[in-house]
Design a protein around this ligand. Sequence first.
Ligand SMILES: Cc1cc2nc3c(=O)[nH]c(=O)nc-3n(C[C@H](O)[C@H](O)[C@H](O)COP(=O)(O)OP(=O)(O)OC[C@H]3O[C@@H](n4cnc5c(N)ncnc54)[C@H](O)[C@@H]3O)c2cc1C
Length: 327
Amino acid sequence: MTADRGRTMAVVPVRDATLPPGGAEAVAEAGGVALLAGGGAEDAAAELRGSARLLLVWESPEFQPGRWARAVAGACAAADLVLLPACPDGRDLAPRLAARLGRPLLAGAVRVGPGYAVLPRDGDRRAVRVGITGPAVVTLRPGVGGAAPVRPEARCSVRRIGPAGAARDPGEARVVAVRVPEPGAADLSEAERVVVGGAGLLGGPDGGAAAFAALSEVARALGAAVGGTRAAAEAGLVAPERRVGATGVRVSPELHIAVGVSGAPRYLAGTGDPAHVVAVDRDPGSPMMAAADLGLVTDAPGLLAALARMLRDEAAPGTAADAVGDG
Ligand SMILES: Cc1cc2nc3c(=O)[nH]c(=O)nc-3n(C[C@H](O)[C@H](O)[C@H](O)COP(=O)(O)OP(=O)(O)OC[C@H]3O[C@@H](n4cnc5c(N)ncnc54)[C@H](O)[C@@H]3O)c2cc1C
C-alpha cells in the first residue's frame, strides 16, 4: 500500500505500545505524516493524536529489521524523504530500508531542512551541512527537534496497514534479548535521566577519578546515564563522546543532575528542557544553581562519596547505619 503522497514521511519503530526516543520528533519533522510499526503500534498512535495528520499503523510484535524493511518499503516509497528516529531500532531499520528503497542513508542528523541535513562529524566536534538532491532516508538524533505542539481539535487519520512481503526469513537477524546498558555505556541522547560531572569533581590527588567512580555508582542506582562537561572530558574522566553541551551530545532527559557543573551557556545549550534539574555545587550563585529546581550547596566529591558508601552499605545489609555521618 502506498498511502503517502507527501514529500516527507516518518517511519517509527514501536515497542510495547511506546514510541521510542525521538519518535514524536521524527513525526513532527515529517509534518505529522508517519508509519508506526511494531507491537502496540495502534495504541502508540494515540500519543500522537493532536500533533499528527496521517498515521499508518502496522502491528508486528517482533522486531526483525530486515523483514520490517521489506514490509514497509512500499508504504513509504512515495515519500522523497523518509525520516526515522536514530533510536536503536531506528538505526537497525534505516539502513535496511534505505537499501530496499535504493536510496542513500544520512545517519544521525541533528537537523533536516528543505534539501539538506546537518550531520555531526569528528566525535560531534563539527557539524556538516549535506545537500539532499534526491530521495533519501535520514535518521534524526533524538532530542534535537522537539515534538509538535498538541492541538486537541486537529484531525488525525489513522489507518491500519497489512504490508505485503512481510514473510519471516529464518536466516535474518532477530532480537534475542533487550538488556539495560550500564550507566557509563547508556546512550546519553536517549536517556530519561542523566547525571553529569564537571570540573568541581576534578580536585584531589587522583584528579577526580574516585569522584567520577562514585558518580557512576550513584547514576547506576538511579538508572541514569553518565556524562561530563567539556572540562571533565578534557581531563579524561569521561569519553569525548559523553561530553554534554552545545558542541557535544545534546541530551533531553526528564531528570538532569549536574554535579560540580557551573552551567556555562555552551553547556546549558545542550541540556534540553528537563522536567527536573538538580544542581550540586559549592557556589550557590552558579548559573546551574539558577537553572535548578533543587540546589544542594555542598562539597560535591564528599557528597558523592557518602552516597556511594550508603549504596554499598545498603547492598550489604546490617551496616547501613555506619554510612551516614561524614558527607
Ligand atoms: C566554542 C565552545 C564550545 C563549547 N562547548 C562546550 C560543550 O559542548 N560542553 C561543555 O560542557 N562545555 C563547552 N564549552 C566550555 C564551556 O564554556 C565551559 O567552560 C564548561 O562547560 C565548564 O565546565 P564545568 O562546568 O565543568 O567547569 P567550571 O565552569 O569550572 O565549573 C565548575 C563548577 O564546580 C564548582 N565546584 C568547584 N569545586 C567544587 C566542589 N568541591 N564541590 C562542589 N562544587 C565545586 C564550581 O563552583 C563551579 O560552579 C565550550 C566552549 C567553547 C568556547
